[in-house]
Design a protein around this ligand. Structure first.
Ligand code: NOJ
Length: 805
């Protein structure tokens, strides 16, 4: 507990007490099709399917006032004073507004002169509806007459077009009130939109009789008035206008009388009916049929229970009890919440990211590693989608859009096609299934270059390997092209000759994974060929990538080493040190030395820098690494995504102290403790892409929150490497590397359909072989790397594993 926020673990919640944060601390509410981002202050925006094409409400990310507008409720008292259940829009701190974020639901509570309000925002699992669910409780001892207004600002659906041509497009919208259903309706009828056949009618309706309403933002708010006190609220009437053109909004006014001690509940529904441009009557009829259902609170409560059940199932796949409460909270609650969001939004949507970046190819392949054990069907679907965005020559799109509304980015990278093998391996290991590898998906057709080519997922995976084989450089390392995992590293290969050590190491990991699958599925010829590719790449890495004290990052176009002591900047990069260990390429002394050098040169005490020293930038240097200032992003920030692999590498090297330190120092809650909210600024419950490094005077500032590969990989690092519960094709490996002071831990983990209870007790050195291990009371043989429980012993509903180490 501190003055600003409290975690409430039993409710899987964080309560934010002080709304005046340095920025929006947000939550996502969603059913997978209808989505909204909701901040602790009530700001945010809603979209349907795609935030680029069906953006329903507006939000100003970069402008002052920050974090507005949102999903607003105004409560007007009989004396004309106005307050809101969330901090925004009225900003009355004397109402003590609290925000409670939980997975899929945000709740605001406030009270004003002993009238208590509770506003829940959530999306219904079975309907594309953002629900605003408000309860009022009069504890004041007097009766209260209130006017309650709900308000949100409408967007013009196509967000890029709105920014470019909104001044025209505002003549292509229409909003009206439908008396019969007591609902507001809005149509965006620009004829050039991508899918007029599904373009939705946006609707807003409440449970209470409507006293007045508005669809006209500038009349309801009033130009040179403010959202804090709109004209419609101060006039106590919304004006009853329609919108024949202009800037839209939904505003509804209702009257509420509450006797002393009385309570009431009311709700509003911001929804969509698709296909309204082509089948207008049908869309209206669907809404008319739906509203009576929604206006029944029993139905609403049942929907909410279904929403909670979805999340409960998600959490039930893994639950740890460990001696560190902050890490336990992260592992059990907030990381799995975060991985759903990266799974849904890739790198595209947060309070600053507007959702116009498509799915990152490499990003989604990594994000799904953390979905594979909780929702394997979702991850298998993603694997198919990824491979359907691969070209016939084996390379993959860099960015792809499932809605087809963002032009795909076909830029050559050395790594994109090498991530799906990791996901395929995770899925085979998790499920024991290989049938999906036999399914066939097309290769991608781009720029009118049609392809009739299709292949099985397995063949697609091999095709990625063939692409790398066909694109090796002078040192037999993969050509970097536009980059590898590191977006900026292509700077060294603008002429196409640069080579990437990281991509070579990643190639080895991808090959290892495919070799395991080939062995598991008895594909002998493939296995041999893959093993041959691997041994050649390992040889090239050993011959060319060692810089004397650590692994170099690659070669530039001129064949000069990058990430080398010979360079004035960027002498050492983190990734080649950690991935050497992940790939197992290098002798043990080299692997240890690389990670020791990372500790010495890159660890800041609040995470490892991506590289050091940071390159100067304009105007000091005419040849900067990137436009990023030193200490920022790839230019020497604490790149949290890359830190995850350092955790895994230290586990693989058997150094629990370091592994734990690298993991725990980065947990956002710990970083906030170290830097304070004003410096760190971001949410204590969501992973970040990076934290500004010490070479910059804003060090400690967290960036790109919620939408980072840090989430999935921290999940993998903590659950599969520190706690060591690691699925493999043949079974479940248990091989923990926990801090020496821990007596042990317990974990309940779903493996295929078996819930496995693991009790691990450690009295010896971490990483030493087990004294004994049992499965349901029967003794299990230990190996060098912990134990491997064969898959066929884990086919029941439950299993209990006890280990003494
Ligand atoms: C963010 C990008 O979305 C991701 O794809 C990339 O791997 C990292 N930056 C590192 O450059």
């Amino acid at each position: 507990m501190n003055d600003t926020f409290t975690f409430i673990d039993e409710a899987r919640a964080i309560e934010i007490h002080d709304p005046r944060l340095p920025g929006p601390w947000s939550n996502y509410i969603s059913n997978g099709t209808m989505h909204a981002l909701v901040s602790h202050a009530g700001g945010g925006f809603a979209w349907w399917r795609s935030p680029l094409t069906y953006r329903l409400t507006r939000y100003r990310s970069h402008h002052q006032p920050v974090d507005s507008p949102g999903f607003y409720v105004y409560i007007r008292e009989a004396d004309g004073s106005v307050w809101s259940p969330a901090f925004r829009p009225c900003e009355r701190t004397d109402t003590h507004p609290q925000a409670l974020h939980q997975p899929g639901i945000t709740t605001f509570t406030a009270s004003w002169r002993d009238l208590k309000s509770t506003l829940h925002l959530y999306v219904l699992p079975d309907h594309d509806v953002v629900t605003w669910d408000l309860s009022l409780e009069n504890k004041s001892g007097e009766s209260r007459s209130l006017d309650v207004f709900a308000y949100t600002e409408l967007s013009q659906h196509q967000w890029m077009e709105e920014n470019r041509f909104g001044y025209y497009i505002r003549n292509m919208v229409k909003g009206w009130y439908d008396e019969e259903t007591q609902s507001l309706k809005f149509l965006y009828h620009e004829t050039n939109q991508p899918r007029p056949d599904i373009s939705p009618m946006v609707t807003f309706a409440g449970t209470e009789p409507v006293l007045s309403r508005s669809l006209h933002r500038d009349r309801f708010i009033g130009n040179y008035h403010a959202e804090r006190l709109p004209l419609g609220v101060s006039n106590n009437h919304c004006g009853n206008d329609a919108l024949s053109c202009g800037e839209g909004c939904f505003a509804l006014q209702h009257v509420v009388h509450l006797g002393a001690g009385q309570s009431t509940r009311m709700a509003w529904f911001l929804g969509v009916q698709s296909g309204a441009l082509v089948k207008f009557e049908e869309a209206g009829a669907r809404l008319a049929a739906l509203l009576p259902k929604l206006r029944d609170f029993t139905y609403l409560d049942a929907q909410r229970t279904r929403l909670e059940d979805w999340w409960t199932e998600h959490f039930s796949a893994f639950k740890a009890e460990i001696p560190d409460p902050v890490a336990e909270r992260s592992i059990n609650i907030w990381t799995p919440v975060n991985t759903v969001h990266t799974g849904r939004y890739s790198r595209a949507v947060n309070a600053l990211a507007p959702g116009i970046r498509a799915m990152g190819y490499r990003d989604t392949a990594q994000d799904m590693l953390a979905i594979a054990y909780r929702k394997p069907d979702w991850a298998i679907k993603s694997l198919k989608e990824l491979l359907a965005h691969q070209f016939e020559d084996g390379h993959a799109l860099h960015l792809y859009s499932l809605e087809g509304d963002i032009p795909p980015a076909d830029s050559l990278h050395s790594d994109n096609h090498l991530w799906p093998p990791l996901l395929a391996y995770a899925l085979v290991s998790e499920t024991g299934r290989t049938d999906f590898l036999e399914e066939s998906v097309p290769y991608v057709a781009l720029d009118g270059k049609k392809t009739t080519g299709r292949a099985t997922l397995w063949e697609h995976l091999l095709q990625g390997i063939r692409f790398t084989e066909a694109n090796l450089g002078a040192h037999q390392l993969p050509l970097t092209f536009k980059g590898d995992w590191n977006d900026i590293i292509g700077k060294f290969s603008t002429q196409g000759k640069g080579e990437s050590v990281f991509a070579g190491q990643q190639y080895c990991v991808a090959l290892d994974n495919l070799i395991r699958i080939a062995r598991f599925t008895n594909r002998k010829a493939d296995e041999e060929w893959l093993a041959d590719c691997r041994s050649r790449m390992a040889k090239a890495l050993l011959a060319h990538a060692w810089d004397g004290d650590w692994w170099a990052r690659g070669f530039d176009d001129a064949g000069v080493l990058v990430g080398s002591q010979t360079r004035p900047f960027g002498k050492i990069f983190l990734n080649p040190q950690s991935w050497a260990v992940l790939a197992g390429v290098g002798d043990r002394d080299q692997l240890l030395a690389g990670m020791d050098a990372a500790a010495e040169h890159l660890d800041t005490g609040f995470g490892l820098k991506a590289m050091a020293p940071g390159f100067k930038t304009f105007p000091e240097d005419t040849d900067p690494f990137s436009g990023y200032g030193p200490g920022c992003a790839e230019n020497g920030s604490v790149f949290c995504h890359a830190n995850t692999w350092a955790v895994i590498a230290e586990c693989l090297l058997g150094r629990p102290d370091r592994a734990w330190n690298y993991y725990s120092q980065l947990i956002p809650e710990n970083l906030i403790g170290q830097f304070g909210i004003d410096r760190y600024e971001a949410e204590p419950y969501a992973w970040m892409s990076m934290v500004t490094g010490p070479e910059n005077d804003r060090y400690g500032w967290a960036n790109t929150i919620h939408i980072s590969g840090t989430a999935a990989w921290m999940d993998v690092a903590a659950t599969q490497y520190i706690l060591g519960i690691r699925p493999e094709p043949e079974g479940l490996r248990i091989d923990p590397i926990i801090p020496p002071g821990w007596p042990g831990f317990t974990v309940r983990r779903l493996f295929s359909s078996c819930m496995v209870d693991i009790m691990f007790h450690q009295s010896g050195e971490p990483g030493s072989s087990f004294r004994w291990a049992t499965l349901d009371g029967e003794s299990l043989p230990s190996e060098e790397n912990g134990i491997l429980i064969p898959r066929n012993l884990l086919t029941g509903k439950r299993a209990a594993v006890r280990i003494e180490a």
